[in-house]
Design a binder for this molecule. Structure first.
Ligand code: GLU
Length: 368
């Protein structure tokens, strides 16, 4: 493994490994993961853990309630999180630290940078950061919703070289291995496209939130940041031993050779668009979005409320998504300029205020 020159690994562990029977935490499946973490750290490689399990760990404390009640689920998360942290903490003789966050935190650039700083400071001091979504405070609008995608966002934020996503199967199969005996394991995925998503089907775990689909979404996010990503079987010791021997333990998703710049990756994969600018056909190719300056005349509509510095979506009238970008204008000022009949006045105003979007702050979108 040292031969691969990895410096930082993010490991995502799901609820089914931590609280397998919805009856509190068990260290049964965590032992081999913990041993792997200890070995890797002793080689001088940083480890960041993204651990699910708060809801599953807390469920047994609410015998008369079900997870379908949102308030109860949040209470389960609050109670289960401490049990989950203490289970991990007991497995290590070095300190661990808890970071609970929401998508609302990650998509705010200032808070995102603050989270990065905290992770790096913990690592510099030999402390193992353990992250989870803060399920107690999240709302639909503010949550990532699954820890597979969260782990990819964290891997990017932590500048990791590797993302290991633990699953209950050996990796990505061309068919559901639980129902098809002839399902074949894919050892290498070089390009994540629709055919790869089709293999994931809609398989989900009984205990956690994610399934194979969210693992592929996570891999897509991570590889575009240049991060080697593996889906492996977290229920067995073997994949971790294989990793230590420098072998592929499951499905390896090959990282892009030219990773996206950090702030463009964040804009594409982590931040949410606060509003959108609908552009006319004169601005129709995604390439234009980067090479040409957007002028007020090309704007058909400005939707949503956004401030200077917010991420916006640039799309065509027919819904085609062209790019995500940082707006140098508020929605209010942009609507005012775009709505001017006196184009000379609008152009003069825009000229004075500067480009609506700078070419350094625009990320083209592949999906249409
Ligand atoms: N944050 C959730 C929990 O700790 C898990 C989300 C997931 O399963 O991906 O229970």
């Amino acid at each position: 493994m040292q031969s691969r020159n990895w410096k930082r690994i993010v490991i995502k562990v799901g609820s089914a490994l931590i609280a397998p029977n919805n009856s509190g935490c068990s260290s049964h499946y965590l032992l081999s993961i913990a041993q792997f973490i200890v070995r890797v750290r002793s080689m001088g490689i940083d480890v960041v853990l993204v651990s699910s399990g708060s809801v599953a760990a807390g469920a047994h404390l609410f015998p008369n309630d079900t997870k379908s009640n949102i308030a109860t689920k949040k209470a389960m998360a609050a109670a289960g999180q401490t049990e989950m942290m203490s289970t991990w903490d007991k497995l290590f003789d070095f300190p661990t630290a808890q970071i609970l966050l929401t998508h609302g935190d990650l998509r705010d650039r200032e808070r995102y940078v603050s989270i990065k700083d905290t992770i790096f400071t913990l690592l510099d001091n030999g402390i193992l950061p353990i992250l989870n979504e803060n399920d107690t405070v999240t709302t639909d609008k503010l949550k990532v919703g699954d820890n597979d995608n969260l782990s990819a966002m964290i891997a990017s934020a932590a500048d990791a070289d590797v993302l290991l996503i633990c699953s209950d199967v050996d990796g990505l199969y061309d068919k559901n291995p639980h129902t098809h005996d002839d399902a074949k394991l894919l050892s290498l995925v070089s390009n994540i496209d629709e055919s790869i998503y089709a293999m994931a089907g809609s398989a989900t775990s009984d205990v956690g939130t994610g399934g194979m689909k969210t693992k592929i979404q996570a891999a897509e996010k991570a590889v575009s940041h240049g991060i080697d990503t593996f889906i492996l079987n977290g229920f067995s010791e073997l994949p971790f031993n294989m990793l230590l021997q420098g072998k592929n333990p499951g499905t390896h998703f090959k990282p892009h050779e030219t990773p996206m710049q950090e702030h463009l990756h964040w804009m594409t994969h982590t931040s949410s668009a606060e509003g959108e600018v609908v552009v006319g056909d004169s601005f129709d190719s995604p390439l234009d979005a980067q090479s040409k300056e957007l002028t007020s005349e090309e704007i058909l509509a400005v939707n949503g409320n956004f401030s200077v510095g917010d991420t916006i979506l640039v799309r065509k009238d027919d819904g085609t998504k062209l790019a995500k970008a940082k707006s140098n204008y508020s929605s209010c000022l942009l609507s005012f300029i775009a709505g001017q009949n006196d184009k000379k006045f609008a152009n003069a105003l825009q000229h004075r205020t500067g480009p609506i979007i700078s070419d350094k702050n625009i990320a083209l979108l592949e999906e249409q």
